[in-house]
Write a protein that binds this ligand. Structure first.
Ligand code: PHB
Length: 403
């Protein structure tokens, strides 16, 4: 079993139903050097546990725990201690938060986060400190592009990698004029850019880009504008609580069924219970779907539902794959925090994921299949592969320091 220490204070921690174990409390008092290579491996979890992405953070943590528990609860034979921190999806606090985990808490590896703006700050800190950083969601293209580094890995996707296949599919369907709507920050901008790249290459045109600041959900004026622009279709990037509100508002504005809504798959992933019939029939692209005919996915979904009493989503899968990557890397070093050896192991890792088997690109981002999905009831049902083994943005935008 894994133990944990929580940085938000005991009250918040107890509210979440945890308990501070005696051994973990003792570990927190010992300097890292005294723990050395035989004590617990300390993994920092810098994730959103509040705000519009709170459920995404929980799903990622669940996935990591499941993968490590399935491997006997250890990494390379050593027990694991998680040091948790709520990043609040706030880029302004991100540099201090990451430094706190690395310098004060002396984590052996840092996992985080969901929000691209927060992740970019973590990338800068990881580049300065040479800390091992595993990104279990945030798609900021630069993290595995111009800001890539040997010690930085991503187990999820790049924002453009998810938008691009939707642009290809929509162009192939003969859709001509599209309005885009998203939050104005790295994730929304890069998702729209990836979409536009494929869509315009295929002969489509983006007639208007509509934006809101993150995490604003005052969609009404923009929906009125969409109604008057009457595009052939809408492409969007929203996620978490904001996605639920957008789906409901789109329906309430009378646009559902009139102007087809498409998106990066985050629009409908992990939100179907909350969104109800506002999500029915919506098509998206993503590196995961609920109905994949893969043995690994079936066992993962059963184990996840049994352990956490809820259905997994793409965030749970990304957390699980982060756990698998840690398990594989520390197995190679027999539990030693030997950074060059860990990096080599991660670069060569083959991840047998619920999404399908994938490997790291030279830029340390998954090369993976992007599925076309459609919401049917409570499922994001795969209708095919939109693009196979997509490496996008191309890994050559990363010039690996020291390579
Ligand atoms: C991001 O900020 O990169 C991001 C956030 C939530 C998602 C996907 C991407 O679901």
């Amino acid at each position: 079993m894994t133990e944990e220490k929580d940085l938000r204070g005991r009250r918040a921690f107890l509210k979440q139903g945890g308990a501070l174990g005696g051994a973990a409390a003792l570990g927190a008092l010992l300097p890292a050097a005294a723990i050395g290579q035989t004590g617990k491996i300390r993994i920092g979890l810098m994730l959103p546990y509040s705000g519009t992405f709170a459920q995404l953070g929980v799903a990622i943590e669940n996935g990591i725990r499941l993968a490590i528990d399935e491997a006997g609860g250890k990494l390379g034979g050593r027990e694991v201690e998680f040091v948790k921190l709520d990043d609040e999806s706030d880029p302004a606090k991100a540099t201090d938060n990451a430094n706190r985990l690395i310098t004060r808490d002396k984590v052996d590896g840092l996992v985080g986060t969901v929000h691209s703006g927060v992740a970019l700050a973590m990338v800068r800190v990881a580049r300065e400190t040479n800390a091992l950083l595993l990104i279990p969601n945030a798609g900021a293209d630069a993290a595995t592009g111009p800001l890539c580094a040997p010690n930085i890995f991503r187990t999820s996707f790049a924002n453009g990698q998810v938008g691009y296949p939707m642009g290809k599919v929509m162009a192939e369907r003969g859709i001509k004029n599209v309005v885009t709507i998203s939050w104005k920050y790295a994730a929304g901008e890069e998702s729209v850019a990836g979409f536009k790249d494929a869509f315009t290459k295929g002969g489509g045109k983006v007639t208007k880009e509509l934006w809101l600041p993150f995490p604003n959900v005052e969609f009404q004026p923009l929906l009125t504008e969409i109604a008057s622009l009457k595009p052939d279709a809408v492409y969007t990037f929203f996620a978490g609580g904001g996605a639920v509100k957008f789906l409901k508002d789109y329906q309430a504005a009378g646009l559902k069924g009139k102007i087809p809504l498409y998106g990066a798959g985050f629009l409908t992933d992990g939100v179907l219970d909350a969104a109800g019939d506002a999500a029915e029939g919506i098509e998206t692209t993503l590196h995961y779907a609920d109905s994949l005919d893969l043995a690994k996915d079936k066992t993962f979904r059963l184990a996840y539902a049994k352990t956490f009493k809820m259905q997994p989503d793409v965030y749970a899968v990304q957390g699980y794959d982060t756990g698998l990557l840690l398990v594989q890397a520390f197995a190679k070093t027999k539990g030693a925090v030997d950074k060059p050896a860990l990096i080599k192991a991660m670069e060569g890792a083959v991840i047998e994921s619920p999404r399908g088997t994938w490997r790291m690109s030279k830029a340390h981002n998954p090369i993976q299949d992007l599925y076309l999905r459609k919401v049917v009831g409570k499922e994001n049902r795969a209708s095919g592969v939109a693009v196979k083994a997509l490496d996008y943005p191309p890994a050559d935008r990363c010039k690996m320091p020291g390579a």
